[in-house]
Write a protein that binds this ligand. Structure first.
Ligand code: ADP
Ligand code: MG
Length: 196
């Protein structure tokens, strides 16, 4: 099956820093749930920014199909002055009916009324689920998620991930996490940054 994310021989260091990646390769295929596992400071968010094109690698190449991102910080994931639902509608760039998003809200245990609020009215966990909702509604071939469930309790976290797993027929997922148990539970393939 074709790769929705392909990273080959990536080398990267911040200016005056040590190499975080040296000849690093990784691929995610459609239908695959891949976890990038590593402790704090191992370079997980850096890889996220490299994939998004916000940082430039020293060497190697990164290519990906149409991608939705879920950021680590739920508070910076939405613009502060507009309602969540208007921002989701802007992102998907098509008419969004309640029939489409209400079942997803239910699966994510997200009260629909919250979508009509501005971000500051929501908790970190609620914003994370809004961010996941937006990513699922974008119907992209790749979902790139940096610690997307860190603000959720364990039960909700598993429910949310179970739902993400169900979308796998249509896309590939790269989940960035420090949580080994979580990676073991949901990943088809885990790439560990610990021994790099
Ligand atoms: P993780 O997401 O795994 O916690 P990061 O990718 O955020 O790790 O950071 C990896 C390393 O790169 C850390 O040592 C961090 O201090 C360093 N780092 C992160 N951002 C920058 C930056 N903009 N400039 C220099 N060093 C950075
Ligand atoms: Mg990080």
């Amino acid at each position: 099956m074709s790769a929705v994310l392909d990273i080959k021989n990536l080398t990267f260091s911040y200016p005056n820093g040590d190499f975080l990646y040296k000849n690093f390769s990784l691929s995610v295929k459609k239908g695959e749930f891949v976890c990038l596992l590593g402790p704090s400071g191992s370079g997980k968010s850096t890889l996220f920014e490299l994939i998004c094109g916000n940082l430039k690698q020293n060497n190697g190449y990164i290519s990906h199909k149409k991608m939705a991102q879920i950021y680590q910080d739920p508070y910076s994931s939405f613009h502060p002055t507009y309602s969540i639902i208007s921002q989701i509608k802007d992102a998907v760039k098509r008419d969004l009916t309640k029939d489409e998003y209400l079942p997803l809200c239910e699966k994510l245990a997200l009260d629909e009324n919250l979508l009509h609020e501005k971000p500051h009215k929501l908790s970190g966990g609620e914003l994370q689920r809004c961010s996941i909702l937006r990513a699922l509604l974008l119907k992209t071939e790749l979902i790139l998620a940096d610690e997307p469930t860190s603000a959720l309790d364990n039960i909700t976290q598993l429910d949310v991930l179970k739902h993400m797993l169900k979308t796998l027929n249509e896309c590939g997922i790269l989940l960035i996490t420090h949580d080994r148990a979580l990676a073991k539970w949901c990943a088809d393939k885990t790439i560990s940054l610990e021994h790099m």
